[in-house]
Ligand binder design. Structure first.
Ligand code: G3H
Ligand code: 13P
Ligand code: ZN
Length: 304
């Protein structure tokens, strides 16, 4: 299982494997180019909505093409919520799946995760589970405070009962552009307790985008209106020293693409070929990925 090898090595050698979602072709190109150039392993993540956007047959073609690239690339289902979507991803040839039962009652999360583990392991597929609930933004872009941090003792029981290969935890990060309510904080104290309870299990951090002000400013200066964007890259700069072996980033690439496209079209009003602003996006995504690989993941030069 390629992801197992990647995460175990990251744990042993104190680095993080970048897990980048791709919402469109430009992001896919930019993150792959960055990882190849910097010799970093990469997990390419596809959410269910991204699967629907690409459609299964075209995604299958992309996966077959990705397999021809001579570089360690793991293809992963992000936030699979049902057994059916897990089966769909495995049928398409994904290397690993996430089953996200985090918003279910604990016993239901255990039941669903165990069912997925049995099915996936029988097919040589790696499984990420999630325990604890990340906050989600409401319609106004504000975080709801329904987050529930991961309970370290329950994490041990969850891993034993389900047999998951890695565990996504809730320690203060959130999805989207609005990362923190009040003072930005990631609960490394809770992470330490989790590490003690499950010392051999690679930990996954979702909601790890940095939400750099430079992208938000470009978007808003060129006609956008993104409010409540709050990130903090300093909070993640020591994450590579912990058992966090995989960090998930999606929002940052969405911001990079939107910023570069808005700027390009505003500055080049005569252009209408999508490959012109597509190329601008690929370059920006590549820079964005390189910064995260070198400053947060420290995964450069880990591919021999
Ligand atoms: O964590 C969620 C990911 O950013 C996927 O989002 O369902 O809009 O593709 P999506
Ligand atoms: P961001 O919204 O911080 O990019 O998080 C992405 C993520 O966790 C995908 O699973
Ligand atoms: Zn996530």
């Amino acid at each position: 299982m390629i992801q197992e090898k990647m995460l175990k090595n990251a744990m042993k050698c104190n680095y993080i494997v970048p897990a980048f979602n791709f919402a469109n072709f430009e992001i896919l190109r930019g993150v792959i180019d960055a990882c190849i150039e910097l010799k970093s392993p990469i997990i390419l993540q596809v959410s269910e909505s991204a699967m629907n956007y690409f459609t299964d047959n075209l995604l299958l073609g992309l996966i077959q093409g990705i397999r021809k690239i001579k570089h360690p690339i793991s293809i992963h289902l992000d936030h699979g919520k049902t057994f059916d979507v897990v089966k769909r991803a495995i049928k398409l040839g994904f290397d690993s799946v996430m089953i996200d039962g985090s918003t279910l009652a604990y016993s239901e999360n255990v039941k669903l995760t165990k069912k997925v583990v049995n099915y996936a392991h029988a097919r040589g597929v790696f499984v990420e589970g999630e325990l604890g609930v990340l906050s989600v933004a409401d319609d106004d872009g504000l975080l709801s405070d329904k987050a529930r941090f991961t309970d370290p003792e329950q994490a041990k029981e969850f891993v034993e009962l389900t047999g998951v290969d890695s565990l996504a935890v809730s320690i203060g990060t959130n999805h989207g552009v609005n990362k923190y309510i009040g003072e930005p904080k990631i609960h490394y104290d809770i992470l330490k307790k989790i590490e003690k309870m499950i010392p051999n299990v690679p930990i996954v951090l979702h909601g790890a985008s940095l939400v750099e002000k430079k992208y938000v400013d470009i978007i808003n200066n060129f006609g956008g209106n993104i409010t409540n964007a709050i990130g903090n890259e300093n909070l993640l700069k020591n994450a590579y020293k912990t058992h966090i072996c995989k960090i998930n980033m999606d929002t940052d690439f969405r911001l990079a693409v939107t910023a570069s496209t808005r700027k390009f079209l505003a500055e080049n009003p005569e252009k209408y070929n999508p490959r012109d602003y597509g190329n601008a996006s690929i370059s920006e995504v590549k820079e964005c990925a390189k910064f995260r690989i070198t400053k947060i993941c420290h995964s450069e030069n880990k591919v021999k």
